[in-house]
Design a protein around this ligand. Structure first.
Ligand SMILES: Nc1ncnc2c1ncn2[C@@H]1O[C@H](COP(=O)(O)OP(=O)(O)OP(=O)(O)O)[C@@H](O)[C@H]1O
Ligand SMILES: [Mg+2]
Length: 465
């Protein structure tokens, strides 16, 4: 249920105000009345008004003066001007001052309703446009068929229709924001906004006004009224990213807002009801964050109604080829088997974001249409090689140092060790072993014969010429 739209109607004629009041109620809006521009301005400064319907001529402060002042103060509320037949030029002036529309007197209820709906949807579109431009809308398709991913998809489908807050925990780059967007997209709120606030990116003292908005003059530098992210997300989803980075005092205020479903702009004492679904995310362990005094325990329980834990990429490596294909497809590129295999041996501390970055880089340096191991950064290919020999390498290194070996002998020892491990892991398949070691098959054959590592039970193809 979205709340009723508050419509501020102003006219100096009591009978006209009464008529507007009845008409607005009948059309399903919440009327707020004022008899002149000054009174209207006081109300507008408090926030919470969705639209203004104003007469042009009023004593104290007329319609044009009101519009000009609203523009000056940055009060961004759509307005409709009511005007008489002979005053079209003034009405046009009003439009230049930011009025969304004008209607001619006398008007019937349906004309009024159409104008209101048009102005409201226009302002919504304006807001959305501005927002979408800033946040460059993302594709919310979640790629991966691993058991962990299937479980995740199921959890998302379960929580999406609910209004209950959801806490998403996971390492950096595991897709927390993407999951939050997916929840929003699958919820009944999908047509309203998904508004993200990164609590770590905004200085603590500015975060409060970012969330709750402020009135002009609420603090030094508050030169305009400003709508907060809570109001912006009304009817939609508010995504509180890195919620443990929010100052602890503000966490108390957030908790209150969540419990009561109302907010107050800074510098205002008027409570505004907001209809919000909150999804919060953290890359810390929430219980550890509580122990460290970074997260209020009561807020944690309020956020943790639903909990989604995102697995790190290294725990669902089978998703890597599909993810890679997904990221490369828009560029018309693909990945060869060796590269796909190498990507699966790396541990991905930066998770999916790191994978995405590395493929982007590979796409740039790869001249053709297939990405192979040579286009991957050396730390990944090396890491992949070492990862397969994690037990052998440290052992060989320690031995080499302890025995005071010369570099060539140490290198030889290490090479032998790594080759043996690679062969063990690939069950003697030399082309696979060569790929793991990131050397050519030919060079593996050469090393095998040089180090006399030819194993007896290997019945594979003879040495190529
Ligand atoms: N399952 C997935 N399928 C496709 N793309 C994904 C998937 N998960 C994450 N991504 C992509 O990986 C990148 C990182 O994801 P996201 O920003 O959601 O991570 P995060 O957990 O919020 O990271 P951080 O903690 O650093 O903010 C994004 O570009 C996102 O689109
Ligand atoms: Mg994120």
């Amino acid at each position: 249920m979205t709340k009723l739209k508050n419509i501020l109607a102003l006219d100096d004629e009591p009978s006209m105000r009464r008529l507007l009041e009845i008409s607005l109620k009948q059309a399903g809006y919440q009327p707020v009345l004022a008899e002149n521009g000054r009174e209207a301005l006081d109300i507008l400064r408090q926030g919470g008004i969705d639209l203004v319907i104003s007469d042009l001529h009023m004593p104290v402060m007329d319609g044009l003066k009101l519009l000009a002042t609203m523009q000056q103060e940055g009060i961004d509320v759509p307005s409709i001007i009511v005007t008489a037949q002979g005053e079209i030029s003034t009405a046009i002036e009003a439009m230049k001052l930011g009025a969304s529309d004008y209607i001619l007197r006398p008007f019937d209820l349906s004309t009024l309703e159409i104008a209101i709906e048009r102005a409201l949807s226009l302002s919504r579109l304006k807001l959305e446009n501005r927002y979408l431009r800033a946040e460059a809308s993302q594709d919310t398709q979640l790629i991966g068929q691993s058991p962990a991913m299937q479980k995740l998809q199921q959890a998302i489908r379960q929580v999406a229709p609910e209004k209950a807050t959801t806490l998403i925990a996971g390492e950096t780059g595991t897709g927390k924001e993407l999951v939050a967007q997916a929840i929003h997209q699958l919820s009944p709120r999908k047509d309203a906004l998904f508004v993200a606030v990164n609590c770590a990116a905004i200085p603590g003292d500015m975060l409060e006004s970012e969330l709750f908005g402020h009135e002009r003059g609420a603090f030094t530098g508050a030169v305009k009224n400003r709508i907060g992210k809570f109001e912006m997300a009304d009817g939609g989803t508010l995504f509180l990213d890195e919620v443990t980075e929010m100052p602890i005092g503000l966490q108390a205020k957030l908790l209150r807002a969540l419990q009561q479903g109302v907010i107050e702009r800074l510098g205002s004492n008027r409570s505004l009801p907001v209809d919000i679904r909150v999804v919060a995310a953290t890359n810390r362990d929430p219980l550890q964050a509580i122990a460290d005094g970074k997260l209020r325990e009561d807020l944690y329980y309020r956020l943790n109604v639903f909990r989604i834990d995102l697995p790190p990429l290294r725990e669902r490596k089978s998703d890597i080829p599909a993810l890679a294909t997904h990221f490369l497809k828009p560029r018309g590129l693909s990945l060869d088997d060796a590269a796909a295999q190498t990507l699966q041996t790396y541990t991905w501390p930066g998770n999916i974001r790191e994978l995405q970055n590395i493929l982007e880089r590979a796409a740039i340096i790869c001249g053709g249409d297939t990405i192979s191991t040579e286009h991957l950064p050396t730390d990944i290919t090396q890491h992949a090689t070492l990862a397969t020999t994690t037990t052998a390498v440290p052992e060989a290194m320690t031995l080499a140092t302890q025995a005071n070996m010369s570099l060539p002998i140490a290198t030889e020892t290490l090479e032998k060790d790594m080759i043996r491990t690679a062969l063990q892991q690939t069950k003697g398949n030399k082309s696979k072993a060569a790929r793991l070691l990131d050397i050519s098959e030919r060079s593996l054959w050469y090393k095998l014969s040089r180090y006399k590592l030819e194993d007896n039970n290997d019945q594979e193809s003879p040495l190529p010429d």
